[in-house]
Design a binder for this molecule. Structure first.
Ligand code: ZN
Length: 290
């Protein structure tokens, strides 16, 4: 197999140059063209048959493609602690009767300044006894394993919606946290301050991947939207769905509470693309729609 390496361009938009010359030229575009930390970006490979095989990677990590708008698309989560600057990407297209084509370039990731947050919590929620420490570590491993699990089909459709109705916006994504004077890992989601008992709804269609009660996250529901995209609902008072269940956008998952490590009733809403912690607000503004 020979790969045509003509279509090499430095940034964002480019043509994948085919050797056979037949038909329209495929094009590759990133949306947004210059994402920032915490964004969910997507790569659009256009004018490629739905039956074509498309594969690609960023920094050597594979992307998961799906058919979209006369071509193929893949999501890229820009983790809140990703290194800003240039990240190498490549895309390969194999279509029947044509020579394989390849494109590559660099995606520029913009930095973003996150706020500093000082919190005071009961010392027992910060300095864990060995048994609780083991529990918390085991639970974080369960989550890490889940986020690495990629359901090959896309379960979400259209726009993502806020999981709680009333407040204008969630707060605190990426906040660097100083808890009881000690530096801790940054805040990976947004918090909605709403009264206990407020219904929490699914941001989009998916499958219930996990219902559990964890030390830090409290009572939780995690939805698998397919292709490595997950949404997270933490500190719930009650849950009303079962693992494995398919849910629709807007379906009630449970109610707001203050379970786990929480200073008061609120919903912690998170989103992951694989291991990348993305800003749920970016997911709510995702421009990939159908
Ligand atoms: Zn939170």
């Amino acid at each position: 197999m020979t790969w045509d390496r003509i279509g090499v361009v430095a940034l964002g938009l480019l043509l994948v140059s085919g050797a056979s010359g037949a038909g329209e030229k495929a094009s590759v575009a990133w949306h947004p063209s210059r994402p920032r930390l915490g964004d969910v970006a997507w790569l659009h490979v256009q004018n490629v048959a739905e039956i074509a095989t498309v594969e690609g990677s960023v920094d050597g990590r594979p992307l998961t493609f799906f058919p979209y708008a006369s071509g193929h698309a893949a999501l890229l989560g820009i983790d809140l602690e990703m290194k800003p600057g240039a990240h190498a990407w490549r895309v390969g297209v194999v279509e029947h009767g044509r020579e394989p084509r390849i494109a590559q370039g660099k995606l520029l990731v913009a930095r973003r300044d996150f706020p500093l947050e000082r919190l005071t919590l009961p010392q027992t929620m910060v300095d864990l006894d060995p048994e609780t420490e083991r529990r918390a570590v085991a639970e974080s491993q369960v989550l890490a394993t889940l986020y690495r699990t990629i359901t090959p089909e896309r379960l979400w459709r259209g726009k993502f919606t806020k999981p709680v109705g009333r407040p204008a916006a969630g707060t605190g994504f990426g906040a660097r946290r100083i808890i009881n004077g000690q530096s801790r890992s940054p805040h990976g989601g947004i918090d909605y301050s709403v009264p206990r008992g407020t219904p929490v709804v699914a941001a989009n269609a998916g499958r219930v991947a996990l219902v559990a009660e964890f030390f830090f996250q409290g009572r939780l529901v995690i939805l698998d939207h397919g292709l490595g995209l997950y949404t997270l609902y933490f500190h719930l008072d009650t849950t009303s769905v079962d693992e494995g269940e398919r849910v629709e956008r807007g379906q009630t998952l449970g109610t707001v509470g203050a379970t786990g490590r929480a200073t008061g009733p609120h919903l912690h809403f998170g989103a992951q693309v694989g291991a990348a912690r993305i800003d749920p607000a970016a997911l709510l503004g995702l421009s990939l729609l159908d």
